[in-house]
Design a protein around this ligand. Structure first.
Ligand SMILES: Nc1nc2c(c(=O)[nH]1)N[C@H]1C(S)=C(S)[C@@H](COP(=O)(O)OP(=O)(O)OC[C@H]3O[C@@H](n4cnc5c(N)ncnc54)[C@H](O)[C@@H]3O)O[C@H]1N2
Ligand code: MOO
Length: 639
C-alpha cells in the first residue's frame, strides 16, 4: 500500500502559455550529446560540429563534355576558311564526360564541333580556349573546405556533398530521448477486447510519431496503472535514462490524478494549468535536471500541449529554430465565441468557394480525434478576444498545403454514405481532387450554398404541401441566386426498430399508442420533416410522442440509440439500420439530391463530379449498399 495520501487538487492555475513555455525552456539546459553516423543515413540530422571536405571534387581535371581533349595552343590557327587537322594521340585524344584529361592537354572540344576525317585525323574550324569544357580539380568542393557549420540540418543534396567529399561519417547531435508514459487503469492496447470503461491507448503512438517528426527519439513506455508507486517508479527511471519525460493523463483534478503530487515529491513543479482551451491541465516540472511534461488525457488537448511544450524543448536541444506553419486569411462562416482570459484553439475546415477562403469551426470537444484528422487549419483566439463574428476575416494556421484546400470540393448538407463512396471514386480518378464534407443537415446545407460557403449540398427536404422534394425549398430560399439541383438518388426511409420488432410497430400511430421511446432528428433534418408530416397525416401531435425533443444528428446515431433499447423506435435509412443489426420497415421513398452553385456545376470540377456519379463503377458500389437507386439520366434543374 502506498504510504502517502494525496489531497485532491481542485484548482488549476491559468498561467499564460508563453510564460509557461519560457519558464520550462529556461529550466531545460542539458548539454547536447553527439554521435558519429554514416553520412548516407544522416538525412534530417543536425551537424554537431563543422564538417570539412576530406578530398576535392572533382579529384582530377575532368572533361565536362563528350569530345576530344586538345592543347589549346595547337588549335589557334583553326578558322572557318582554313580548317585545321589534328593527329590522334599527338594532338588530341577522345574523351567522354567525366574522363580524366591527360596531362599534355588543357581543353576539350565538343564532339559536335569536330569533323572526323579518318581513324587518326580530325578537322576543326575554330580554336579552343585554354580550360574550356574542363572541370578543374576542386571546381565543386575543395579539400579542407568547410561544407557545413555545426547546427545544420542535413537535406538530400547535402548527403551528396558529404559523400563526394569523402566525409562518409558525420558527427551529429544525438536525438534527445523522449520517454512517453501513458497512465490509466482504463487503458488497453488496440488489439484488446473492449468493454465499457476500457479505453484504447493511442496517444502514446501519436506522441511517438510527433517526437520522431520533430527530431527526437521516442521511447514508448508500457501503460502504467494509476498507482502512485508505479507512476513514481516510471518517472524516476525515465528521468534517469532520457532527456525529456512526457507523462500522459492524470493531469487534471480527478481522484486518481496523482502526477502533480508525485512530481512535487520527486522534484519541482513550475506549472499546473495554462490559460488555454483546450489543453488547460498541463503540468510542467523537473526531476533532477530532466524536464517532465504532463499532458492532458484528451487527445486534442494532448497533441496541442505536446506541440506547445515538447517541440520547443526538442528544438532547443537540437539547436534549431522551431518551424512555423503557413498562415492564411479566411472569412468566417460562423460566429466563434471564446473565453475571456484564455487562448482558444479552434480546429477549422477551410474551403475555397466563389474565389474566397471560407472557414468554419469543427467541434471543439477535446476528445474528438477526428476533429484533428479533418482540420484544415487552426484558429488561435488570443486571451483578450471574446471571439469573432460571422463574416469577419481572420488569420488561421494551415495544417494542409493551400493548393490542397483550393482543390477540394466543399460538400455540405445531409450526410449520406454514398457521398463517401463518391469521394473514394473521385479520388480513384483524380489524385488532385477530394471531397471535404461537413454534415450539418439538409437545411443548413442549403443555407451554406446560399452564403457561398459550399460547392455542393446533399438535401432531402420534403414539402408537406406538394409532397415534392427539394424544389420548393430551393425556389423559396435561393430566390435570385444561380443554383442547380442535380437529381441524385432515390433512397428508402423506414422505421428502424430493435431486432424482432418487440413493440410490433408498423405505423406512426403505433409509436404513440405503444409509448415507444422515439429517437428524433434535429430540426431542419429531412428525416425530421418527414416524421412531422407522418404525424400530421395521422392526426397526431408532437407531445404524444415520447422522446420527440431528443435530437440525434445522423441516421447512425438514431440507429445506435434504437439498438440499445427494446422500447425504442426511430426513422432513418436502410443502411444505418443494417449497420446496427436492426429491423427495418420501409415508409417512404425520398429524393436525395445535390444542390450546387451554378458556377461549380459548370466548372471542370463540377463536370468531373457528375461524370463520376454517372460512372458504372460508382453505381455498382451504390447498388451494393441496398435501399438506393441512382437517378438515371438526371435532368439538372436550373434556378
Ligand atoms: N473537475 C474537473 N475535471 C476536469 C477538468 C477540470 O479542470 N476540472 N479538466 C478537464 C480537461 S480540460 C481535461 S483535458 C481532462 C484531462 O484529464 P486527465 O489529463 O486527468 O486525463 P484522464 O482523466 O486520465 O483522461 C481523460 C481522457 O483522455 C483520454 N485518454 C487518456 N489517456 C489516453 C491514451 N493514452 N490514449 C488515448 N486516450 C487517452 C480518454 O478518453 C480519457 O477518458 O480532464 C477534464 N476533467
Ligand atoms: O483543456 Mo482540456 O485539455 O479542454 O480538454
Amino acid at each position: 500500500m502506498d504510504k502517502i495520501r494525496y489531497n485532491r487538487k481542485i484548482y488549476l492555475e491559468d498561467k499564460p502559455r508563453a510564460q509557461a513555455r519560457e519558464e520550462v525552456l529556461s529550466a531545460f539546459d542539458l548539454p547536447q550529446k553527439k554521435e558519429w553516423i554514416p553520412a548516407a543515413a544522416a538525412l534530417g540530422r543536425i551537424t554537431a560540429e563543422p564538417v570539412f571536405a576530406k578530398v576535392s571534387m572533382p579529384f582530377y581535371h575532368a572533361s565536362a563534355m563528350d569530345g576530344v581533349a586538345v592543347n589549346a595552343e595547337d588549335t589557334y590557327e583553326a578558322h572557318e576558311q582554313r580548317p585545321l587537322q589534328l593527329k590522334k594521340d599527338e594532338q588530341f585524344t577522345y574523351v567522354d564526360t567525366g574522363n580524366a584529361i591527360p596531362q599534355e592537354f588543357n581543353a576539350v572540344i565538343m564532339v559536335e564541333n569536330i569533323h572526323v576525317i579518318d581513324d587518326e585525323t580530325i578537322e576543326i574550324i575554330e580554336p579552343a580556349t585554354p580550360w574550356q569544357h574542363i572541370r578543374p580539380i576542386g571546381e565543386d568542393i575543395v579539400q579542407e573546405e568547410m561544407l557545413f557549420t555545426q547546427g545544420h540540418q542535413l537535406r538530400p543534396a547535402d548527403l551528396g556533398a558529404l559523400l563526394a567529399a569523402q566525409a562518409t561519417e558525420v558527427c551529429v547531435v544525438k536525438k534527445p530521448l523522449v520517454t512517453i508514459i501513458p497512465t490509466g487503469n482504463e487503458l488497453v492496447s488496440a488489439d484488446a477486447s473492449l468493454s465499457s470503461g476500457r479505453i484504447i491507448e493511442f496517444n502514446g503512438t501519436v506522441f511517438s510519431a510527433y517526437v520522431e517528426d520533430w527530431g527526437g527519439q521516442p521511447l514508448l513506455h508500457p501503460i502504467v496503472k494509476d498507482e502512485p508507486e508505479k507512476i513514481r517508479e516510471a518517472l524516476l527511471n525515465a528521468a534517469d535514462t532520457s532527456e525529456i519525460v512526457v507523462i500522459n493523463a492524470g493531469s487534471s483534478a480527478g481522484s486518481k490524478d496523482y502526477t502533480v503530487h508525485i512530481l512535487e515529491e520527486l522534484g519541482t513543479v513550475f506549472t499546473h494549468g495554462v490559460a488555454t482551451r483546450p489543453g488547460k491541465p498541463v503540468i510542467l516540472g523537473k526531476i533532477k535536471e530532466k524536464v517532465v511534461v504532463g499532458v492532458p488525457g484528451y487527445p486534442v488537448s494532448a497533441y496541442m500541449a505536446l506541440e506547445w511544450f515538447v517541440r520547443p524543448l526538442i528544438c532547443k536541444y537540437l539547436g534549431v529554430q522551431e518551424p512555423e506553419r503557413a498562415k492564411l486569411k479566411v472569412k468566417l462562416g460562423r460566429r466563434i465565441v471564446s473565453t475571456m482570459g484564455a487562448e482558444d484553439f479552434v480546429r477549422m475546415n477551410i474551403g475555397y468557394v466563389n474565389g474566397q477562403f471560407v472557414a468554419n469551426p469543427l467541434t471543439r470537444a477535446a476528445g474528438v480525434t477526428m476533429s484533428l484528422v479533418r482540420a484544415d487549419g487552426l484558429l488561435v483566439v488570443p486571451p483578450e478576444e471574446l471571439g469573432y463574428e460571422q463574416g469577419d476575416t481572420v488569420e488561421v494556421e494551415l495544417y494542409r498545403p493551400v493548393e490542397e484546400i483550393k482543390n477540394a470540393i466543399v460538400f455540405s448538407g445531409s450526410h449520406d454514405m454514398t457521398i463517401d463512396l463518391l469521394s473514394s471514386q473521385l479520388k480513384n480518378q483524380r489524385t488532385d481532387m477530394k471531397i471535404v464534407s461537413s454534415h450539418v443537415g439538409s437545411m443548413a446545407g442549403l443555407m451554406a450554398i446560399r452564403k457561398g460557403e459550399a460547392h455542393v449540398a446533399g438535401i432531402h427536404l420534403l414539402d408537406p404541401e406538394t409532397k415534392e422534394y427539394n424544389i420548393t425549398y430551393v425556389r423559396k430560399l435561393l430566390a435570385g441566386q444561380d443554383a442547380v439541383l442535380y437529381p441524385f438518388l432515390k433512397r428508402t426511409q423506414g422505421w428502424m426498430l430493435p431486432k424482432g420488432n418487440p413493440l410490433g410497430i408498423e405505423h406512426v400511430s403505433d409509436i404513440a399508442a405503444k409509448n415507444a421511446d422515439y429517437a428524433n432528428r434535429q430540426k431542419g433534418a429531412g428525416t425530421r420533416i418527414l416524421f412531422d408530416l407522418l404525424l400530421r397525416e395521422a392526426g397526431l401531435d408532437a407531445d404524444q410522442i415520447n422522446g420527440y425533443d431528443r435530437e440525434m444528428f445522423s441516421h447512425l446515431s438514431v440507429a445506435a440509440e434504437v439498438k440499445g433499447n427494446d422500447n425504442a423506435a426511430g426513422l432513418g435509412i436502410y443502411p444505418a439500420a443494417r449497420a446496427m443489426g436492426l429491423d427495418f420497415i420501409p415508409v417512404a421513398d425520398e429524393s436525395y439530391d445535390l444542390l450546387m452553385t451554378k458556377a461549380f456545376f459548370e466548372s471542370e470540377k463540377g463536370r468531373w463530379l457528375t461524370s463520376v456519379i454517372q460512372s458504372h463503377a460508382f453505381q455498382l458500389e451504390v447498388d451494393k449498399i441496398g435501399g438506393y437507386a441512382v437517378v438515371e439520366n438526371p435532368q439538372p434543374i436550373y434556378f
